[in-house]
Design a protein around this ligand. Structure first.
Ligand code: ADP
Ligand code: MG
Length: 387
């Protein structure tokens, strides 16, 4: 059993994005110091860290410094070079470890892990090269071709309807290894954030329902309306099976498709806190970032409780242009903040680009209907309604 790492120690995070920033907030709240490794001088997490190592993720000196100063290390982005975690893991507890991250970085490996864990995923084929195209079973079409690695927010994906389109899409994606998935009739999408300790303790946040726009998460609602308690409990049980099958330590998010009859199909997983779990900061008595701190410090994992129904709206860079191309204008925050239960989170990114995640807004309320109504009022003020 790894000993508890007490407050006062320095915790390291590889990656300096918004997830690292919110991790730092959670860690610092409890008296930990935080060191961030990220080459970007203006990174959101670097700006709030006690120490920001501005170096590449494979910079030997920076990794040595991180290992020397930190009692434990975590990561906040999926495509962190596994080698960096492996190097750090030789001298320090690293959660999640390189092996778990490697599985989540590759859609083919990820699906194989789902299958090994006995969890259903979409019918699919792994395409390593053009020679594999002909062998694709006809019933996988129409489907979605996804690059095996480096895809996010709908990037690296093509919808394909027939074999000719599949060959074209494969070439368009650069001929890299891909996974072709059968297009499934989705009734809804849900996700669940779980945490697992070195000793195998397991807790889950409440299951949330997600709405995407242009391949990017737009709205998260919790409790999920699309599924009842039995299906939500099943999602937690499946996520647990996956976490245990890969010996996962840390915070893990598993996304599920909900099909007719409430059948659950695992879509993908993220080896870190997730955008769909941001509501937990304001709506739960223990957030996904606090769970990340607890898991990596071997603190007790206590089951989080949702104290307020919530709706989260992602705030993308498009909001700063208000549909035009002129200079950036600040969205009408004061009007949004006049709404009861509005919690505004902005990540301190200097440049607002379309599709860039700049922040999120969580609306909490005493009941589901009020949270939903307030979220719709906020969305109307910001011009992002439409769900
Ligand atoms: P990303 O890494 O970009 O989040 P996903 O694999 O989660 O990629 O796909 C993005 C979205 O595309 C999903 O949330 C879902 O709405 C849709 N999608 C992906 N795969 C399928 C599928 N097999 N059938 C139907 N819709 C899908
Ligand atoms: Mg996804």
């Amino acid at each position: 059993m790894t000993p508890f790492i007490a407050p006062g120690a320095t915790l390291g995070v590889v990656g300096g994005g918004q997830l690292g920033r919110m991790f730092a907030h959670a860690a610092q709240k409890s008296g930990y110091r935080v060191a961030v490794l990220d080459p970007d001088a203006t990174s959101p997490a670097g700006a709030v860290a006690d120490e920001h190592l501005r170096a590449g993720y494979l910079d030997a000196e920076a990794l040595a410094r991180l290992a020397a100063t930190c009692a434990a290390i975590t990561t906040e982005f999926e495509n962190v070079p596994a080698e960096a975690l492996r190097t750090l893991g030789r001298t320090r507890p690293v959660a999640p470890d390189a092996a778990a991250v490697v599985v989540c970085q590759d859609r083919a490996a990820e699906k194989a892990a789902f299958v090994r864990a006995g969890v259903a995923c979409a019918p699919h084929a792994v395409l390593d090269g053009p020679a594999d195209l002909d062998a694709v079973a006809a019933d996988l079409l129409p489907g979605i071709l996804k690059t095996a690695r480096l895809g996010y927010d709908g990037k690296g994906q093509r919808s394909v309807t027939d074999r000719a389109g599949l060959a074209r899409a494969f070439a368009e994606l650069g001929g890299v290894a891909c996974v072709l998935e059968k297009r499934l009739p989705l009734m809804a999408e849900i996700s669940v954030i779980v945490a697992r300790s070195v000793g195998g303790e397991f807790v889950a946040l409440p299951v949330q329902e997600n709405l995407h726009r242009d391949g990017i998460l737009a709205v998260t609602r919790v409790p999920a309306r699309a599924v009842g308690p039995a299906t939500a409990a099943q999602a937690v049980a499946l996520a647990r099976r996956i976490a245990e099958a890969i010996g996962y330590v840390g915070v893990l998010c598993v996304e599920f498709f909900v099909l007719a009859g409430d059948a659950l199909v695992a879509n993908e997983m993220a080896p870190r806190p997730h955008n769909s779990g941001h509501y937990s900061i304001d709506a739960c008595d223990l957030s996904q970032f606090e769970l990340q701190v607890r898991a990596m410090t071997s603190a007790p994992l206590v089951a989080p409780r949702l104290h307020s129904p919530a709706v989260m709206l992602n705030l993308l860079g498009d909001l700063w242009s208000a549909g035009g191309t002129g200079p950036a204008i600040e969205p009408p925050w004061a009007r949004v903040l006049a709404l009861p239960g509005a919690h505004l989170h902005l990540y301190g990114k200097r440049e607002a680009r379309p599709g860039r995640k700049m922040g999120h807004l969580t609306l909490t309320a005493a009941n589901d209907a009020t949270a939903e109504a307030t979220a719709r009022a906020a969305a109307a003020i910001l011009g992002i309604e439409g769900w």
